[in-house]
Design a protein around this ligand. Structure first.
Ligand code: ADP
Length: 273
């Protein structure tokens, strides 16, 4: 799989109407895709081990999507490959009064990953140029400069040793309708049904415009954006796992050198009980 097809060179625009949400790329066989995903998960686990052991980098995975876009499923499946000990997931909700009394990056910086760890953002600081823009929660003069603030912030994280990978899960409005219907009809999913999502859905074109600008303006050499076709969950998981493998492998993570004379240590016999 060519990872490049899901991103753009910095400076080039993302046109989301040209990203086929229903694509499965060259993968026509779901069973083969699932087998490859299982292999990828094993690889991710091993790469995470090296990330932790070498302690030189953190990994920040930003997940954004429309409602029903599959952020939770992606965390469970593709990102579920990681050992929970080395992962912290943060779900960004409507800011609390305390959060709102600070700058918009305050709540974000606090949960950026330390070296050796993986941080997953389920929504993120991008909400401050997405929902905030679409619903005009602050004036344009406040949200527009945020693209630059975000780029500077992410650059500081990257230069401090954080590998940043930003993934937008792209579903079609038709697929969203199906998923919202499931939530409405399946008793096990009723808890996920939120009438507010129907209001956001009506603003689909505005959200797409906001996503396009965020992805285009904040797609930098130090923090790339990927737009992943997400109507097919198995393909979405496969692509996300490939992106993460690509990003982690490019860090060339090495285990630290063993202590001197490691082979000479005697592990004593214990007679017990
Ligand atoms: P999710 O939809 O991610 O599973 P919720 O249903 O709790 O979780 O939705 C979280 C809500 O918080 C979303 O509607 C999102 O737009 C909103 N939100 C997140 N960050 C912000 C922000 N900075 N300003 C306003 N709303 C935000």
């Amino acid at each position: 799989m060519k990872i490049r097809e899901f991103t753009r060179p910095p400076g080039r625009a993302f046109h989301l109407e040209k990203v086929d949400a229903g694509s499965t790329g060259k993968w026509k066989d779901k069973q083969k895709g699932l087998a490859q995903l299982a292999e990828n998960q094993a690889k991710l686990f091993s790469l995470q081990n090296r990330l932790y052991a070498s302690g030189a980098h953190g990994l920040l995975v930003v997940l954004q999507a429309m409602d029903g876009g599959g952020k939770d499923g992606t965390i469970r499946s593709a990102l579920g490959a990681f050992s929970p000990q080395g992962v912290a997931v943060t779900s960004f909700k409507v800011p609390t009064p305390e959060e709102l009394s600070h700058d918009f990056l305050w709540r974000v910086h606090k949960v950026a990953p330390p070296k050796g760890m993986v941080a997953i953002f389920n929504r993120s600081h991008y909400e401050d140029v997405l929902v905030v823009r679409v619903r005009a929660l602050v004036p344009e003069a406040v949200w527009r400069p945020r693209y630059d603030h975000i780029n500077h912030f992410e650059k500081a994280l990257a230069e401090g040793g954080t590998r940043i990978v930003k993934i937008y899960l792209h579903i079609s409005p038709e697929e969203q309708a199906e998923r919202l219907k499931d939530r409405q009809q399946d008793p096990d999913e009723h808890w996920k049904f939120n009438p507010g999502d129907l209001e956001e859905r009506k603003r689909w074109p505005d959200y797409m415009a906001a996503y396009e600008e965020a992805l285009t303006r904040c797609n930098t050499g130090w923090a790339p954006w990927y737009a992943v076709p997400a109507d097919h969950k198995w393909y979405r998981n496969l692509v996300v796992s490939e992106i993460l493998i690509h990003e982690l492998e490019s860090l060339n993570l090495q285990f630290p050198a063993p202590i001197d004379g490691i082979e000479k240590f005697k592990i004593s016999k214990i007679s017990w009980p």
